[in-house]
Design a protein around this ligand. Structure first.
Ligand code: ADQ
Length: 469
């Protein structure tokens, strides 16, 4: 880990959510998740701070400390949660940034709430950030924060990382508040994206919309510069491997296989229940393969775990209803008593259980229409310490740039998806092992700690460049 990346300066993280949750006894504990694990030790050592929402509407506790990290809650009301979070963030920006897979709602009240929550974050950051410190802002809910903060605190080094794709110019420019969002991001010294394509889309966007001069990955505007680059995020590989190696996990994996009736091939899907993830698509492909006799319900079963998410947003309610209808239809048609052919869980599972499932999965289906990165694909490869297992991966997931040993597929092409599933199911052991070894080599090269280190090192360079220019 290289705290040198920030030259020993304190780091302040801003994200929609704080990295802690209330345990059963009411005390705060760090939330599970790679991002928290990557950033927490660094914050502890740098005397850092995290600014974010507790996740409870109208919750406004005093600042507090967990394991040496200073936590600064930003209150968000129930109304703001509807307008800023469910509305502008997840019903305007999210679909627009994911290929406009659903129609965005553009509503001025939602925009005003987005702006006012972003202002609240910027005001808190301006107050807590020590002189010359480093502020790292995360994701699409907070795109105005860098600009608002730069106005108040020109001394700060400000970075931003977008976890989701940045759309092509023609989509982004649909946004009625496109200039404000683009200008907000230019408050940064460095804006980081998952893929080169996202960075290129952003550069083309500001070039079209704003008065800027572009030189490679540097954007000059109003007497300052902003650098742009790609920093593909990863997972805590060592942690997944450790869980996967454990005795309890091995036992649980065998138990899962037995409970599923010891089928020849277990196909697995693990996603937030989001319309970008292509869950219905893969279920339909599975059904078609059973119907055509290319798969056999007595030998091939599918497990789909879908995490509840954004349940108040209509597109999500529709997506859930459509997936659940599909699961019912497939099971009604192809299951036997006591042996469903699709096992569907609409639940969030503990990480240990997920890793046991990954290990049980012979074929992992990751088929999003569009995804910033997709960590599930990387977790699957990390969990397969046995060196076996096949990953079927959409070309439209950011992870496809790196995980080239997966069976890559265009999920919009139904026939190609069916063929990719059959290819994975029938793949010879030798080829499976060769591909899995390639996947595992790849993810070991860059874990989430390396990602954070690379971003912060580049941020350091970008802020030095800005100060010298
Ligand atoms: P997400 O869209 O949430 O993230 P993803 O990258 O797949 O998508 O991460 C999901 C995480 O949730 C994984 O770590 C997985 O283990 C966990 N998870 C999934 N289903 C679960 C379940 N049922 N129970 C418990 N945990 C579950 C956004 C972007 C992605 C980008 C990440 C990180 O949309 O493209 O990869 O941020 O930048």
């Amino acid at each position: 880990m290289s705290e040198t990346s920030s030259s020993g300066r304190p780091i302040i993280i801003a994200a929609n959510r704080l990295p802690v949750m209330r345990a059963d006894g009411g005390q705060w504990t760090p939330s599970p998740g790679g991002l928290v694990r990557a950033l927490y030790p660094m914050l502890r050592e740098s005397g850092g701070t995290w600014v974010g929402w507790t996740g409870e509407p109208d919750d406004d506790p005093e600042p507090f400390t967990v394991e040496g990290v200073d936590l600064r809650p930003i209150p968000i009301s129930a109304d703001e949660m509807t307008l800023y979070y469910e509305g502008f963030s997840n019903d305007a920006l999210w679909p627009l940034y994911h290929d406009a897979l659903r129609e965005s709602t553009f509503d001025n009240d939602q925009w005003q709430a987005y702006r006012s929550v972003n202002e609240r974050f910027a005001a808190e950051l301006a107050e807590v950030a020590p002189d010359e410190s480093v502020v790292w802002v995360h994701d699409y809910q907070l795109q105005l924060v860098p600009g608002l903060l730069r106005e108040r605190r020109p001394d700060l080094t400000i970075g931003f990382f977008l976890h989701i794709p940045f759309p092509p110019v023609d989509l982004f420019t649909r946004l009625p508040w496109r200039d404000q969002i683009a200008t907000g991001l230019l408050g940064c010294d460095l804006v980081g994206f998952q893929r080169p394509k996202d960075a290129a889309n952003f550069v083309a966007t500001v070039d079209q919309l704003l008065d800027v001069a572009i030189d490679g990955n540097t954007i000059a505007h109003g007497g300052r510069t902003t650098s742009v680059g790609e920093y593909p995020i990863s997972i805590d590989v060592a942690e997944v491997e450790e869980i996967a190696t454990g005795r309890a996990t091995r036992q649980r994996t065998s138990q899962i296989r037995a409970r599923l009736g010891d089928p020849e091939v277990i196909m697995l899907g693990v996603d937030r229940l989001d319309y970008t993830k292509g869950i219905g698509l893969r279920l339909r492909a599975f059904a078609r393969l059973l119907e055509d006799g290319r798969l056999d319900p007595t030998r091939h079963v599918m497990v789909q775990v879908a995490t509840p998410t954004r349940e108040a947003v209509e597109h999500y309610q529709d997506e859930r209803a459509s997936i659940e209808r599909l699961v019912g239809e497939i099971n009604g048609r192809f299951s036997r008593i006591g042996l469903p052919v699709v096992h569907y869980l609409y639940q969030s599972l503990p990480y240990d259980e997920l890793v046991a499932l990954y290990r049980a999965g012979d074929v992992m289906l990751v088929t999003p229409f569009r995804d910033g990165m997709n960590l599930v694909a990387k977790e699957y490869a990390a969990a397969h310490i046995d060196g076996d297992g096949v990953l079927v991966l959409s070309e439209f997931a950011g992870a496809a740039d790196e995980l080239t040993d997966a069976v890559l597929v265009n999920p919009h092409d139904e026939r190609a998806l069916q063929d990719a599933i059959v290819e994975a199911v029938e793949m010879h052991r030798h080829e499976r092992r060769g591909r899995m070894s390639g996947l595992r080599d790849q993810i070991r090269k860059s874990d989430v700690q390396g990602w954070a280190d690379r971003f912060l090192a580049a941020l350091d360079v970008a802020s030095t460049t800005r100060k010298e220019s």
